[in-house]
Design a binder for this molecule. Sequence first.
Ligand SMILES: NC(=O)c1ccc[n+]([C@@H]2O[C@H](COP(=O)([O-])OP(=O)(O)OC[C@H]3O[C@@H](n4cnc5c(N)ncnc54)[C@H](O)[C@@H]3O)[C@@H](O)[C@H]2O)c1
Length: 241
Amino acid sequence: MERLSNRSVLVTGATGGMGIASVRALAAEGAHVGVADINEPAVRALADEIGGTALVLDVTSPEAVERVVADFAAARGSVDVLVNFAGIVDPRRLDEIDPESWSRVFDVNVRGTWLTCKAVLPFMPAGGSIVNIGSRAGLVGGTTSGASYAASKAAVICFTKSIAKFAAPKGIRANVINPGCIDTPMLEHFPAEVVAAMPGQAALGRLGSADEIADSVIFLATDASSFMTGAALNVNGGSHM
Ligand SMILES: NC(=O)c1ccc[n+]([C@@H]2O[C@H](COP(=O)([O-])OP(=O)(O)OC[C@H]3O[C@@H](n4cnc5c(N)ncnc54)[C@H](O)[C@@H]3O)[C@@H](O)[C@H]2O)c1
């Protein structure tokens, strides 16, 4: 049984490793997916593949976010689910990070998440669900993954609790997934020896897959999680308990 038929789902960072897996899983559950990313060729290819809507979007632009969300909502009638994958990492040590990079990481990861949530809420009916993406780094602090990234993901985790309280009176839920090390193109930003050590951080002794994150996205997007809001789902193979 398709659990998201007749639902409109907007996914940012949709053409990244986790995004692609989740977009396919959401479409397989019957959702109409708005495929949003800055990577235009990848957006068009993925939207064509799943019969979704191509949305070329930079989540750091307030005007673009407002326009793209309003156009998608007008075409579909509502936005029932928002999944915020758009994110960047600066893997450098805190004494190596420059001010411009610090701001850019916060612009994409935190401000982008806030902007999309704010833009979607007027078009989200009761029963709607927001799924934000934090990180294990946002719970334990940055080591390999950088101080700015970890701090930005802690902000996403906290912001998700704020939006859960804000939206609950409308019957809208908001939760955050905190992945551990997941095998996606994002890992290419790290030195090879750092990536080689990642499986050993998890009690399960391996990296996670984008499909395992997609399973959590489906859980939080559907009524399977109907009594969950403001919650964090730690999908990290036991790297932080
Ligand atoms: N891979 C991991 O180990 C890991 C662990 C914890 C959390 N995360 C988080 O999960 C999310 C997805 O990561 P991923 O592993 O799929 O990474 P990825 O690099 O494969 O995908 C990130 C996507 O975000 C898009 N993006 C970047 N800046 C954007 C912007 N300004 N506007 C719109 N889109 C933009 C990129 O084009 C890309 O498609 C990110 O928020 C990341 O921080 C990843």
